[in-house]
Design a binder for this molecule. Structure first.
Ligand code: GGG
Length: 370
């Protein structure tokens, strides 16, 4: 029996609702596929901050380092400054564990209506650079409260950071259609973005079957809304990737559906799996949250841990629950979080025979989408 220790940080708001829902599904999948998933829960997040003045303990990173993967819900609370909730937990984890790829699939699912008039299927992989770029603590504030108050925020791009994101994205593109789109803004951002373009081009030259198109991020945002089905793999900086993936998931029906994997592709450190959505304080505690993004992130985690058959089984289950009309309110349905989770559990059992023992291979770590 394969054993994996998984650190769980449900975090804030709806994270505390969708994480237990997803773990129930993962436990059922583990039973069927003879996996031993050991979940260790950490009560870190905004409530912890209000009690201790920090989002996680001083030795939080060391505590997480002993696990095979990290399963995160959401961070963010109206009672805690956003800079604290993000820079006190998620960003240090991404950086300390060199999770330099944030893989964010964007895909239409049967049973979920897209707001777009044209119903062509969408199947995009967004590769977001996850360790540098616009997310930088370099800078500062001067003359607070005075008329000359000013703020400087430096954007940091390195050859290493750009090339490893481009290499990962090109590898994915090579295993799919060979089409890679790079998000740029080299007409306006005149130092970092031409550098980004050059390093992407140099890197992609090593992949003869891959052609890269540079699209200005504003035009690419419009492209995602007007003709998303013509896009395949997108590589983008930290900020551009974050914005494009929220937009992309909304185009497929709801940000509540969107999963993500924060990957250390070398496996030297644990990778982290989380839905793209945040803590959604407006609906927290009401049983309205859509657990698909969290469950799908769980499937990406299973795939990363070397269990593509179990991952495919879990994806098939939530897909079939959606197809059968069991949606939460954000996708036009009437299910509560627990009703939808019950429908996924039923579908897991219904698909057990066809998926049990089928550990079919996949092309890239965490890349497979339903
Ligand atoms: N699901 C994790 C979460 O709560 N994310 C909120 C957020 O603001 N993330 C920013 C980011 O991914 O950079």
């Amino acid at each position: 029996m394969s054993r994996h220790s998984i650190a769980v940080i449900a975090g804030d708001g709806i994270g505390t609702e969708v994480v237990p829902a997803a773990i129930t599904c993962l436990e059922r999948i583990a039973q069927i596929h003879s996996l031993n998933l050991e979940f260790t829960h950490f009560d870190w997040g905004s409530d912890y901050y209000l009690r201790h003045g920090r989002m996680m303990p001083v030795d939080g990173i060391e505590q997480l380092a002993n696990h095979d993967a990290i399963f995160l819900g959401a961070v963010g609370s109206p009672e805690v400054p956003d800079t604290e909730s993000l820079w006190g937990l998620l960003i240090p984890i991404r950086r300390e564990f060199q999770q330099y790829i944030n893989l964010r699939p964007v895909k239409t699912l049967d049973g979920v209506a897209s707001p777009l008039a044209c119903k062509e299927p969408i199947d995009i992989l967004i590769v977001r650079e996850n360790n540098e770029g616009e997310y930088s603590e370099v800078g500062g504030r001067m003359y607070r409260g005075l008329p000359q108050e000013s703020a400087v925020q430096e954007t940091i791009f390195t050859r290493l950071g750009i090339s490893r994101a481009a290499r990962y994205a090109a590898g994915l593109a090579a295993s799919r259609t060979g089409r890679l789109t790079s998000a740029t803004k080299s007409n306006g951002i005149i130092h970092t973005m031409p550098f980004w373009d050059e390093v992407v081009d140099e890197t992609v030259r090593d992949y003869p079957g891959v052609s890269v198109t540079h699209e200005l991020v504003d035009a690419l945002a419009a492209h995602l809304v007007l003709k998303p089905w013509t896009l395949d793999v997108i590589v983008a900086s930290n900020l551009f990737g974050d914005i494009l993936s929220d937009l992309g998931s909304s185009v497929t029906g709801s940000i509540g559906l969107a999963p993500s994997a924060n990957l250390n592709p070398e496996g030297a450190y644990p990778s982290l799996f989380e839905p793209v959505h945040g803590s959604a304080p407006d609906i927290a505690g009401k049983g309205l949250a859509n657990p698909v993004g969290q469950i799908w992130s769980g499937a990406m985690m299973l795939e990363h841990l070397g269990h593509p058959g179990a991952a495919a089984h879990l994806r098939a289950a939530f897909e079939s629950a959606l197809r059968d009309g069991h949606g939460t309110r954000d996708v036009g349905g009437t299910n509560s979080t627990s009703e939808f989770t019950a429908a996924v559990l039923t579908a897991i059992d219904a698909h057990a025979v066809e998926h049990a023992g089928a550990e079919a291979g996949s092309a890239a770590v965490g890349a497979s989408t339903p």
